[in-house]
Design a protein around this ligand. Structure first.
Ligand code: ADP
Ligand code: GLC
Length: 503
């Protein structure tokens, strides 16, 4: 099958979080399964052109009343032969930051930047003479792809092409002033008619969810949760309406990047059969963060965006967060790398200064993230909501037992400890509060000091859990087939709504 991933992130070229990991890993897995997969993404400032080949001639992209011109570069996704096309446009992407920067966390011209980019994906296919069967869009930045397919490309060479939109995080919807709408080159009646309208603003994700042939999200539990008001961020009604076309497919772990047996970023590698290397990593991690090197001390690690989604309020909120109590009353060490909201960066710096057993690095660093996954005994991930979550899966693979809120992908990947039998792969709580994080961490530390045999067995069990992208890729393939049937008018509400639009 010919599949084009239209995405704002793909690791290692550009990554703000798990989306970048997921798109690249899924593309590799689909290629292994024999599909012709290609990726198109913007050429951000940080993507080094010197390593890329330039496509001949400019790319003309219709926008609003006029046209923009772009240059296209081609590279290859590492550990694969998946072609990656980079759309270059100086005014839109010749700056630091994917979605924003320190001064402006959400660029005000994002609707124009990503509207242009989504339209460019179609023009690129034309230029290549390569028309995919499936256009696979991800999150709000490429949500215009399903809209363009349905409303502008219905009778073109894309007529029998299907669109799939994956929700990696419903908390980010691409909400902008409707002043930008004319730039999309769509008639005003589609502001309502194609589902853009959200409290008189443009909601890019909502438009994408209204028009894609099939929808996915990144875990089965999250697929159910987003259909409820609590997790639906105002779109639960639409998602219930489209529930027959929505499936949850769990992300996997990309073993090229995250494998304790081969990880080149670690001071020592290890496997479930021989954990000596894990002890070396633990000592290196303690040294890296300036903590006493002590194999007997339980070491809790955390790698996270410092954003409300990740439960950082309950953990680090000044006055009410539980991290201070955890570190001052329990015999453990706690290390963190993260960046994000200013208040939280300040708070973890201040905790580092006040507590002898808590150390934080404010920043973003792949090597340290790998060292924490490998060297820690427990992994803290109390997310308020979690579409899938990759870090807890990496932790399991690295024999680092997760402490998690039972929600979304965390509920689908971690099995709770049973202190009678020793079953489980981690420690879970049902309701996110500072107290529940405190209690559950206390439970893990209790098991560490009093049930060492359970910890050893859980670790081996965690490491044996396979989160295979090949399995997920097969699920996506089935879904692509369904989307094609819907697009070609033989199944499902996709075809019904298309038919009604055409009448
Ligand atoms: P999300 O995408 O919501 O941030 P995920 O768990 O799916 O959460 O993915 C997060 C990804 O970003 C992981 O690959 C993780 O290692 C990485 N990451 C997050 N924060 C940092 C950081 N400060 N330094 C290095 N890597 C980080
Ligand atoms: C988002 C989600 C995260 C998920 C990732 C990749 O960033 O927050 O849970 O793992 O996308 O799908």
């Amino acid at each position: 099958m010919k599949i084009l991933m239209v995405t704002s992130e793909a690791a290692p070229f550009a990554k703000a979080g798990g989306l970048g990991d997921a798109v690249s890993a899924l593309s590799r897995a689909l290629e292994r399964a024999g599909h012709d997969v290609r990726i198109v993404m913007p050429r951000y400032y940080g993507v080094d052109k010197a390593k890329l080949r330039s496509l001949e001639g400019p790319l003309g992209v219709p926008v609003g009343q006029g046209e923009e011109w772009a240059q296209v570069y081609v590279g290859e996704l590492p550990a694969s032969s998946v072609p990656v096309y980079f759309v270059e446009h100086e005014r839109f992407f010749g700056r630091d930051g994917i979605y924003g920067d320190r001064a402006e966390p959400d660029f005000s011209d994002n609707p124009e930047r990503f509207g242009f980019f989504s339209r460019a994906a179609f023009q690129l296919c034309r230029k290549l003479g390569w028309i995919p069967e499936v256009l696979h869009a991800h999150d709000w930045p490429s949500s215009l792809v399903p809209v363009y397919l349905r409303h502008l490309e219905r009778r073109t060479e894309f007529a029998s092409c299907a669109s799939v939109l994956s929700i990696h995080n419903l908390g980010y919807q691409g909400l902008y002033s409707k002043r930008s709408f004319p730039y999309f080159g769509l008639p005003w009646e589609l502001f309502h008619g194609a589902g853009f309208e959200f409290f008189d603003k443009i909601n890019l994700l909502k438009a994408g969810l209204s028009n894609a042939d099939c929808l996915t999200t990144v875990s089965p539990t999250y697929a159910r949760e987003i259909q409820t008001p609590e997790f639906g961020f105002g779109l639960d009604g639409l998602l219930r309406f489209r529930s027959e076309d929505l499936v949850g497919i769990l992300n996997g772990v990309d073993l090229d990047d995250w494998n304790p047996e081969t990880d080149a970023l670690l001071p020592a590698t290890y496997s479930a059969a021989d954990l000596a290397g894990k002890a070396v990593c633990k000592a290196a991690l303690q040294r890296e963060f300036g903590l006493p090197v002590d194999p007997a001390k339980p070491l809790v690690g955390m790698v996270s965006r410092l954003a409300d989604q990740k439960g950082v309020g309950e953990l680090f909120g000044p006055m009410y967060g539980s991290a201070y109590d955890i570190c001052s009353t329990m015999d453990l060490q706690f290390v963190l790398i993260g960046s994000g909201e200013k208040w939280c960066e300040n708070e973890v710096r201040s905790l580092s200064a006040r507590l002898p057993n808590f150390r934080a690095i404010v920043g973003y660093d792949e090597r340290i993230a790998h060292l924490i996954e490998a060297g820690a005994d427990f992994f803290m991930m109390p997310s308020r909501y979690e579409p899938c979550g990759l870090n807890q899966m990496y932790s399991l693979r690295y024999g680092t037992l997760p402490i998690v809120h039972r929600t979304g992908g965390l509920a689908d990947t971690v099995e709770n400890y049973n202190q009678e039998t020793g079953a489980g792969t981690g420690f879970m709580f049902d309701r996110l509060t500072p107290r529940s994080i405190f209690d559950t961490t206390g439970w893990a530390v209790w098991a560490w000091y009093n049930r060492g045999n359970h910890i050893r067995v859980m670790r081996a069990r965690a490491m044996s859990r396979s989160f295979s992208w090949d399995h997920s890729a097969r699920e996506y393939h089935k879904l692509y087939d369904r989307a094609l049937l819907a697009a070609r008018g033989s199944l499902g509400s996709g075809s019904r709504s298309r038919a009604s639009l055409e009448e």
